[in-house]
Write a protein that binds this ligand. Sequence first.
Ligand code: AMP
Length: 414
Amino acid sequence: MINSYSSTNRRSSSAFGHNRSRRTSRYSSGSWGGGGRARRRNPYRGDFISHEMYVSRATDTTTSQENMYERQMTFSDFKLNPKLLKNISAHNYIHPTKIQAQVIAPILEGRDIIGQAATGSGKTAAFLIPIINALLNDPAKKCLVVAPTRELVKQIQTEFRLFAQNTFINDVLIVGGASYSTQIRLLKRNHQFIIATPGRLIDLYKRQNVILEDFDIIVLDEVDQMLDMGFIHDVKLIISKLKSTRQSLFFSATMASKIKEIANSLLRNPVTFELTQQVAVKNVDQNVVKVDSSKGKIETLHELLIKTEFQRVLVFSRTKRGADEVALALRKKGHKADALHGNKSLGQRTKILSMFKRDEIDILVATDVASRGIDVPDISHVINYDEPATYMDYIHRIGRTGRIGKKGCALTFI
Ligand code: AMP
């Protein structure tokens, strides 16, 4: 038996019932499933996720913050270009995170990297910092970063521009759903850094607007997601066209056999590192909410959202249509909510995300794919309105709250 979080309980969100030895806790709305059955078929992919896996108390955030950083190190310990160091400190990065401490030096040395990277671990800066250093030291060098979604690609560009400020390194963003002519015009300009989603990159390669053989450094980010999204042939094609003397950096949350096969075809004597997903979500309080069928899911969600501690909330829906329906139902109840999914245009998605960041929307209802790479600070709660298909999806979802060193909260409707 597990104690669930009650939507009608007016106590603070820290009031989680974790004492599994008691039949009901003060905070519990009862048991689920009858007889303490802890496994059931996931509704839409046939995976089994134990509901107990959705329940965990956050460890002390000061502790997890300690775990996240290498506090005995600072960025000036790396031999970095002074302009870059200045931009890093202007961005208030003082100590490197664990991944950064592990990979920056080998990347600076030109080594290949294969990393099982946790969400929210500081992975983006771990590859951007040494890459920008290399591009600054050699203006003839070029780097290509390939990532699964437009949001992630945009986010990488934003972080790139913070660190590459005042350095004259030009970047080009290549994503589907945006104008070809603008991208082609930018590609004709002198540029050292391209960030792309696989589909549009291949399109532009076939039209000879991008020469894949030109790149000295290649980064494949969130490879597991690229494969899940059906990009395997695009990824293989990209790899097959790269120059043989390239440096390759490879990041994936999982290392399934197909992913290893791609890694082997890309990498040469790579430095390997692994940060388990669990490390990244130790600072997230996790619990289940048992939905009372007489009340329904929307009402249960509404009762949670009116609580003061639910300030900036990311709600996960299984389908695009479901996301639209939940957002609409919440708006009807007076919430500032909108939906984010793959059927929205790039312009709409960018606008919705920036409204969420500016608090013009405080509830974002998203599908898994659309949420990849969302890095919105201070998301107080992630709510799994629909259960995730896999435990890895669950980890990705809840990694959107409790970003580096902050405590987050994740609730899953069952
Ligand atoms: P990522 O895992 O790359 O998505 O990074 C998660 C968040 O941590 C982003 O908002 C980064 O800006 C932030 N971050 C990454 N590295 C550091 C650092 N060394 N110091 C402070 N914040 C960081």
